[in-house]
Write a protein that binds this ligand. Structure first.
Ligand code: 5HY
Length: 257
């Protein structure tokens, strides 16, 4: 089984961390391919960043389709391009926010998210409203560390632990969701310090995709996730036109179902 974990930002160092977290849980018979987007922002910390990360993500999904991979994980907590990627991929596509939030609902009464910058909290709330029942997400808190500063910060675990402890107290929650792919390696440390489940969406996403593939399940093509209609694309995105297999980074083989 081949699972492609796509980092929608263009920072290879972050992809390495994401890949390590994914491989640590994938298990036997699962080949994890962690890839870095070839175009877009170095990190995703705003709506603008997120919007401009999507073409690179879709090109990576198209490349995975051409390579015959079985499923995808979108390794950015904003789950950028999730719906569009589902229209392209034969296999299941899961976002790390989606995977972490669903897993959190199986482990406690209410969860809190600890993310990077304050300005990304709105997106986390939007995703919680989409993914889980009202009241499941009790709070979203920022540790005020930029995405690209995470791996160089010697006090990262202390900072995230402190924010998570405050969140548990203030929100009355009993599970913590880490709000950035770059926090993937912090789970055990923060969990052992706080005595609560701490969820890394990269690991949860890989296991969710593996489960769906094992169940021989994939995105339905019966409705909104049917293949995108063929039409012209102009300008810098002209290569993204569907059916334009000659030079499209997005054209792919036919769906199995
Ligand atoms: C992430 N940004 O997981 C998000 C985290 C965030 O580049 N990878 C990023 O702050 O939303």
């Amino acid at each position: 089984m081949r699972i492609r974990v796509v980092n929608p930002n263009t920072t290879a160092a972050m992809t390495a961390l994401i890949g390590a977290s994914a491989r640590a849980v994938a298990g036997p018979g699962v080949l994890v391919e962690a890839v870095t987007s070839a175009m877009g922002p170095a990190s995703i910390e705003s709506h603008y960043d997120e919007a401009l990360s999507v073409p690179g993500l879709l090109a990576a999904v198209a490349a995975g389709e051409a390579d015959g991979v079985d499923g995808f994980v979108i390794a950015c907590f904003g789950d950028p391009g999730l719906d569009a990627a589902r229209e392209l991929a034969r296999g299941p596509v899961v976002g790390i926010a989606e995977a972490a939030m669903h897993a959190a609902t199986l482990l406690g009464r209410g969860f809190s998210v600890v993310t990077t910058l304050d300005r990304t909290r709105g997106r986390a709330w939007d995703l919680a409203a989409r993914y889980v029942a009202a009241g499941a997400c009790r709070g979203v808190h920022a540790c005020a560390i930029p995405v690209l500063a995470l791996d160089a910060d010697p006090h990262l675990a202390d900072r995230v632990t402190a924010v998570a402890r405050l969140a548990l107290d203030q929100d009355g929650s009993d599970v913590i969701v880490l709000g950035c792919a770059g926090m993937a390696g912090l789970c055990d440390t923060v969990s052992s310090r706080l005595g609560v489940p701490v969820i890394d969406g990269v690991a949860a996403g890989v296991l969710l995709v593996r489960s769906l593939i094992t169940l021989r399940l994939s995105t339905s093509v019966h409705g909104e996730y049917a293949r995108p209609p063929v039409k012209e694309y102009a300008g810098a995105l002209s290569g993204f036109a569907q059916g334009d297999s000659a030079n499209s980074p997005v054209s792919r083989g036919s769906r199995a179902m």
